[in-house]
Design a protein around this ligand. Structure first.
Ligand code: MOS
Length: 741
């Protein structure tokens, strides 16, 4: 099956945001704060405004005094009176050329008065910490949040009684793990072209995963009702969660309004690494009690998520992290809390499996520590504790289609688990986990034309995974046409039906289910048309081979349909997942749709002198429910594993006192082909009753387990445990006692 969006991308014909131009297009550049926390005493744009080629200079004084945000409306288009992180937007310029815009930005005069700042999330929770948002109580916020000063929320999951569980335990293990701020690493930077239309509405072309979410946020940011904001998603050069919310769209649109011309704003690499939405760094404390056989009796823990200057997606991610820290295990007594905290560090947001690698690194590193100290094989320890069909997850939701045991056994078998330490400084590691398939609503409009072609209009964006090809395959199957006959259009808030968007491993699952519902409508419509022609009852009509069949007779769509074809809508809204609300307090990720299960295994060596890690083999066994398109599923798993290897070994946005030290792709180290082995994939298929053909979400999970898997292998190879991500050569040498930490 050739990918429907593939050919133009391979040929270099696909027009990404940066490739687009329109007559009279201006270029926008944003002035950003050099200070992590300061009051703006003077902001003077007069000199910049009169420079050659400059068409607009705007600051907070020129834009609506509104706030926006996902869970807390704490953000503004430009800093007002106070900057809260080094990288926050202070002003913007539109000019005829990029060079002129940059020169004008440099000519804007700002006097800052630095004020006390806080950079450590634990410090930020103290009573005497400087407040990142002194006015936090005035902000609009989701009612589920429990906010206090720098704490933007706290979500808790409580099962049984952990004190009793610890009292009964044979051994208790307590550890702290820390994880890094990592960039989503999409190839295409965030970009937008803003248009201010003469009827007082606006349009933005955007490199976004979620046109409908950007529409809502943009409406707040620019002070228009959302009906007057149109968002058109352009061909997306990757997103991985980093393009879920407004990035530069508001700047482009508001510059366009002032300049009375379309304005393009594209982030530089430096802006990507200082003012985008990387994964939140975290501090994870976890205490686990086990019996003599390694059965987990109690787990208590706290995740502190540093969201930086704005809360972003942090409140929800903190709750999710209780599930990933819990792990895919049966635990009778649980008390886990996820806390999100403001600091004066750079902003953060969602990144592929938000919270996944954080909670999993802690959970699965500790499982190996427990196994080693009890003298139980780490695979065996996991098998004694894992979820099976019918078990309850931490929120009390009953689990179905659980392929975890098979994932573990097949990953272990593939890596040759019987020989865990195959040589000096060489070791193997294993880790497992679980993850959600996000639900919410997807709508599709499907038109069947008389030439047998089908147009699938979806508000979801093809993020680069092939997920919409997967949905088109589902649709084509049910309509009895070839998938190549389907043309996918959409991603436009004016012309497409609503979709919650390309996020959360949901596109094939939710859009696919909407396609199935559209196919039901289409069959009904065609049956009514074909039944009288064929002289049969409508309920015997079947669709296959681009024709309606009934009672041994058939009529091709081409003869049945007029020029207008037939248009139907399919809607899917994921039902709520039953769970026990009494286990939850202010928890924002209570129960997961069609959860997926996975196990990873690695074979690696650690250089005895330098601490450099060489990954020899990497195996992923993932329960995908059903692989609608095995090639794309494998592609997701390979890419996710590589991204996870980057988070394990190399990647970190390093800040000192709020200033990013490595805002470039030389010093921010993403893995290259030289750093990663071929990823071996094993597709395990326990079909969910809820997905199209049993498919579960696939895209996010593969980046969850690599940090723990690799940590466990490093420990097997060297005897040294690294509790900090990334596990750089220096940290490995320090853990081995070769250098000072
Ligand atoms: Mo994702 S982090 O929901 O794109």
């Amino acid at each position: 099956m050739v990918r429907l969006d593939g050919a133009p991308k391979v040929r270099g014909e696909a027009a990404y945001l940066g490739d687009r131009a329109v007559p009279g297009l201006l270029h926008g550049v944003v002035l950003r704060s050099p200070h992590p926390h300061a009051l703006i005493r003077r902001l003077d744009t007069r000199r910049a405004s009169v420079m050659r080629g400059v068409r607009a200079v705007i600051t907070a004084a020129d834009v609506p005094e509104t706030r926006y945000g996902i869970y807390i409306k704490d953000a503004t288009v430009f800093a007002r009176h106070r900057v809260r992180f080094a990288g926050e937007a202070v002003a913007a310029v539109a000019a005829d050329t990029l060079e002129a815009a940059r020169a004008a930005v440099a000519a804007i005069e700002v006097d800052y008065e630095p004020v006390p700042a806080v950079f450590n999330a634990e410090d930020a929770l103290r009573d005497d910490a400087p407040l990142v948002h002194p006015e936090w109580e005035q902000y609009d916020a989701a009612p589920i949040l429990v906010r206090l000063g720098n704490r933007s929320t706290r979500g808790v999951i409580r099962v049984g009684n952990v004190e009793e569980g610890f009292a009964k335990s044979f051994r208790i293990f307590e550890h702290r793990f820390t994880t890094a701020k990592v960039h989503a690493g999409y190839t295409e930077p965030r970009g937008a072209i803003g248009f201010w239309d003469d009827d007082g509405s606006c349009t933005v072309w955007s490199s976004t995963q979620l046109p409908f979410a950007v529409q809502e946020t943009l409406a707040d940011a620019v002070g228009l009702p959302s009906s007057k904001v149109r968002v058109v998603a352009t061909t997306l050069g990757g997103g991985f969660g980093g393009k879920l919310t407004v990035g530069v769209e508001h700047h482009a649109v508001l510059l366009a309004r002032s300049a009375r011309a379309p304005v393009k704003v594209v982030s530089t690499v430096e802006e990507e690494l200082t003012s985008s939405l990387p994964r939140q760094p975290a501090i994870v404390d976890v205490k686990t009690g086990v019996d003599r056989d390694g059965r987990i009796l109690a787990k208590q823990g706290r995740i502190i998520l540093d969201t930086g200057a704005f809360s972003g997606s942090g409140p929800q991610t903190a709750s999710s992290c209780t599930n990933t820290l819990h792990g895919p295990y049966n635990i009778p007594n649980v008390l886990l809390e996820g806390v999100s905290v403001y600091t004066n560090n750079i902003t953060t947001g969602a990144f592929r499996a938000p919270s996944g690698p954080i909670g999993n690194f802690a959970c699965e590193s500790q499982m190996d520590i427990i196994a080693d100290s009890l003298g139980i094989d780490p695979l065996e320890l996991r098998l004694r504790n894992i979820f099976h069909e019918g078990d309850k997850g931490p929120s009390g939701a009953v689990l179905a289609a659980v392929g975890l045991e098979e994932c573990l056994l097949r990953a272990a078998d593939a890596i040759g688990w019987n020989e865990r330490r195959p040589g000096k400084d060489r070791g193997k590691g294993i880790a497992c986990g679980w993850w959600m398939t996000t639900g919410m609503t997807s709508e599709v409009d499907v038109t069947l034309h008389r030439d047998g072609r089908v147009v699938l209009n979806s508000g979801a964006v093809e993020i680069g995974t092939g997920a919409l090809t997967g949905a088109a395959q589902v649709l084509a199957d049910d309509l009895g046409v070839a998938a190549e006959q389907v043309t996918v259009i959409g991603g436009d808030t004016r012309d497409s039906p609503y979709d919650y968007g390309a996020q959360g491993s949901r596109t094939t699952f939710c859009v696919g289910n909407a396609c199935k519902n559209a196919a039901v409508e289409m069959r009904r419509a065609l049956a009514i048309m074909a039944a009288p022609v064929l002289g049969v009852a409508p309920d015997v009509i079947e669709l296959r081979d681009a024709a309606a069949h009934g009672d041994g007779r058939s009529i091709p769509f081409a003869e049945l349909l007029g020029d207008e074809g037939v248009k139907v809508r399919g809607v899917f809204t994921a039902p709520a997942v039953p769970h026990e609300a009494s286990r939850l307090e202010n928890h924002m990720s209570p129960a997961w749709h069609a959860p997926s299960f996975h196990a990873h295994a690695v074979d690696l060596s650690v250089d005895e002198d330098t601490g450099d890690v060489t990954v020899h083999r990497y195996v992923v066994a993932q329960d995908v429910g059903f692989a609608i398109n095995p090639t794309y599923v494998e592609g997701q798993i390979e890419g996710g594993a590589v991204q996870g290897i980057g988070q394990a070994l190399f990647e970190e946005i390093v800040s000192r006192d709020g200033i990013v030290q490595n805002p470039n792709l030389t010093d921010y180290k993403m893995p290259t082909m030289q750093d990663v082995p071929t990823v071996e994939t094993i597709l395990v298929q326990y079909p969910t009753a809820h997905g199209p053909s049993g498919a579960k979400g696939v895209g996010e999970p593969p980046c969850i387990e690599p940090p723990a898997t690799i940590a466990n292998a490093i420990a097997a190879a060297t005897g040294a445990r690294v509790p900090t991500l990334p596990m750089t050569a220096e940290r490995i040498c320090a853990a081995r006692g070769q250098i000072e930490a």
